[in-house]
Design a protein around this ligand. Structure first.
Ligand code: NAD
Length: 367
């Protein structure tokens, strides 16, 4: 197995967490005899500093030629004064668009070892294991016309969807549900919005091709309440861009820390993997950055881009074991006030556990 992976560490804690994620991938490569090649490029604030723009052409060209892109985070206080296209965040948006990934997959899980980090009661989050599938390239964020009026007193955005855009992301959700608990909850606002009526109709017709998957439709307002009152009831949650943006951040409270969450953007030319958090300038350079979201993004890369399902699962298992051993960063201290350890000690523990798990498996097969 050969993989060419472009790494975009970015700003703030981005380089710290991607270093840990790359170390885990390198371990898989070494132990299993694969050839993963890593190539690092600039994006965001560091790219503005070094190359004068948030998404340099060299970076984009490398990403388009890669098998997968692993990104840290972008954004730095000193660029907050810049406008629009010149901001670090514009580099990430442009990259996502250029890669053409239309489905954003965000797993959200309640981890037993850190259940006390969630503001929700443990009996509420217990067993929760959700995959949010968010449409990423359509809807309100991209619809035209949009803008501020000349007098600055009114503004408009357009929520627009074509049936094809709904259909392709719905297929992703149903295929994911087949690998999980065979339930898709499609979230819309069909009692008010025509785009949602279209959404519901198309999801309903795609569902007929997956008779083994149960589909249910939910209004976004009541769903947002159900998500935090009964999260264990859900499996795959399918929704459009704006609702997905809001609901996936809301769902983060189930895991207890933003630092735990991973994501994959799939369906385009090249898949993009990134932790959900931002560049966290308040903790950058202090050894406090939770690397689990980035490490789990690396696990998703092995699953979705490489089809290395077993290796991907072993990384996830190593994350759970590391948490169970009490190796946590400060954001995971929780109500029990567990003492934190430096982030690189966590990365090292995951590396060693992944290595042990993979070697054990290989020894077992060799017998
Ligand atoms: P943020 O996610 O960077 O931080 C929010 C809070 O969570 C902070 O208190 C931070 O310390 C904490 N946090 C985040 N990740 C953590 C981790 N891995 N371990 C421990 N604690 C963690 O969001 P923000 O403060 O709103 O934004 C900071 C910068 O990041 C801004 O410039 C913003 O535009 C950018 N941003 C980038 C992305 C991205 O690159 N995908 C996403 C969100 C925000």
């Amino acid at each position: 197995m050969n993989l060419r992976i472009v790494v975009l560490p970015g700003d703030g804690i981005g380089p710290e967490v991607t270093t840990q994620a790359v170390a885990v991938l390198q371990t898989v490569s070494d132990v299993c005899g694969y050839e993963f090649r890593f190539e690092s490029h600039h994006i965001g604030g560091i790219a503005i500093e070094k190359e004068g723009m948030p998404l340099p052409e060299k970076t984009l060209a490398a990403c388009l030629e890669a098998d997968a892109v692993l990104l840290g985070a972008v954004g730095a206080k000193k660029f907050d004064g810049l406008s629009g296209e010149r901001r670090p965040e514009a580099g990430l948006l442009a990259l996502r668009q250029a890669l053409g990934s239309f489905a954003n997959l965000r797993p959200v899980k309640a981890y037993e070892a850190i259940a006390d980090c969630s503001p929700l009661r443990e009996d509420v989050t217990r067993g929760a294991n959700i995959l949010i599938v968010r449409e990423l390239l359509g809807g309100l964020y991209f619809g035209q016309p949009r803008g501020l009026s000349e007098d600055g007193l009114s503004a408009s955005n357009t929520m627009r969807y074509h049936a094809d855009e709904v259909e392709r992301v719905a297929h992703v959700a149903f295929q994911e549900a087949r690998r999980r608990k065979h339930l898709v909850t499609s979230v819309d606002k069909a009692n008010v919005l025509e785009t949602s009526q279209l959404w519901r109709r198309i999801v309903g017709s795609v569902a007929k091709q997956y008779p083994d998957v149960r589909v249910e439709h939910s209004y976004v307002d009541s769903f947002s309440m159900q998500l935090v009152s009964s999260p264990a009831l859900y499996d795959v949650v399918l929704t459009e861009n704006l609702f997905g943006d809001i609901l996936s951040d809301e769902a983060a409270v189930i895991s207890g820390s933003l630092g735990m969450l991973a994501s994959a953007s799939v369906g385009g030319k090249v898949e993009l993997y990134e932790p959900v958090h931002g560049s966290a300038p308040d903790i950058a350079g202090k050894g406090l950055a939770n690397p689990f979201g980035a490490i789990q993004s690396a696990a998703m890369l092995l699953h979705y881009t490489a089809g290395l399902y077993h290796e991907s699962e072993e990384i996830m298992r190593a994350v759970e074991r590391t948490l169970s051993r009490g190796l946590i960063t400060r954001d995971l201290s929780g109500r029990r006030n567990r003492p934190p350890v430096p982030a690189d000690a966590i990365g090292q523990a995951v590396v060693e556990t992944v290595s042990d798990l993979l070697q054990m498996q290989m020894a077992y097969h060799a017998v």
